[in-house]
Design a protein around this ligand. Sequence first.
Ligand SMILES: *Cc1c(COP(=O)(O)O)cnc(C)c1O
Length: 391
Amino acid sequence: MTDQHDPTLRPDTLTVAAGRPAREEQAPVNPPVVLSSTYFSTGSPDGGDLVYARLGTETWLPLEEALGTLEGSTLPALVFGSGMGAISAALDLVPAGGEVIIPRHSYHASLVAARHLAERSQVRVTEVDIADTDRVTAAVRESAARGHEPVLWVESPTNPMLEVADLPALAEATHAAGGLVIADNTFATPLGQRPLTLGADVVVHSVTKYLAGHSDVILGAALTDDEGLHERLRTRRSIGGAVAGPWEAWLALRGMRTLALRVQRSQQNAAALAEHLRTHPLVAAVSYPGLPDHPQHERAAAQMSGFGSILTLRPVGGVEGAEALTRALRLWLPATSLGGVESSLERRRRFAAEAPTVPEDLLRLSVGIEDVADLIADLDRALAVAAQYAG
Ligand SMILES: *Cc1c(COP(=O)(O)O)cnc(C)c1O
């Protein structure tokens, strides 16, 4: 479609250049949005033809090409109607009677989807601490010994506990056991980490978050270098029907054009906030992979470029303090989701389905691109309100 496939282009450049229409006289610089559910077609359509928009539509293609290039894949991404659409399709790669090993602090809907699979089709689900490489490796070997080709689900950093997995080591162990690695790369973004180049077989994204970046789109994507897996995921998309609308695909690509700037700024803000909160008298605990005292700081530094824009904190006032803090904010948005230009936070345990190992008073902060001085001032004021509950 375009001549921006030059592999020597750097990732930040690719976010701007990939997925453009051909460089021809009179061509638009942005791809068009095509609103048509069906296509003029006769005879027997071969794989690549546009026939019906649930099977494929040209409005998806520029985003799929850009995301594929950005993740370092030889094949385009497959966009889905949501992150969970992509995750459900990826979980369908687990064979009936198979086993999936999954972080206990995965995105909670991914865990629920895996558990549903277990209830329906006797898939075995083993929940692990993904940062504990020895334990995960042992779980993979035990699974192979039971006769499975294990599927290892990796989220790194995890949501919301920010545990960092040793992706290359876990991929090597899983492949040695004849298994498959699927990585949710939503938190890191392709600019922070490229799981396919670290050994993962499939990557999934909630495009809703950083890639689209403006809290106005629900969208997902799955990626793989493997033709066979690509075809199976495409089939799951066509049959499952979790397909993207044309406007969402277009908006996501538009949002992705500024990904590098947004990630750079929000990471800078997150690092400054983590540093400020680390010694704050009204903060009981703060976690950020970029802090030297994060348990997997070295691993994150080796595997990622940048430490992301999510951090967690526990105020001194406990659950009541965390709730009061949330209500006292004037700039930070109390809201779920993450990865938008605006800073937001939430107490994760307000969801009954959140893992019980997540502390009750833990606040997950998604740091945006505002002036960090304003973010700090707002948070400091709210921390003082939370502190009234300490004691
Ligand atoms: C939000 C999220 C998802 C789910 O994506 P949707 O677009 O909401 O369906 C999956 N994984 C992670 C890590 C997420 O943050």
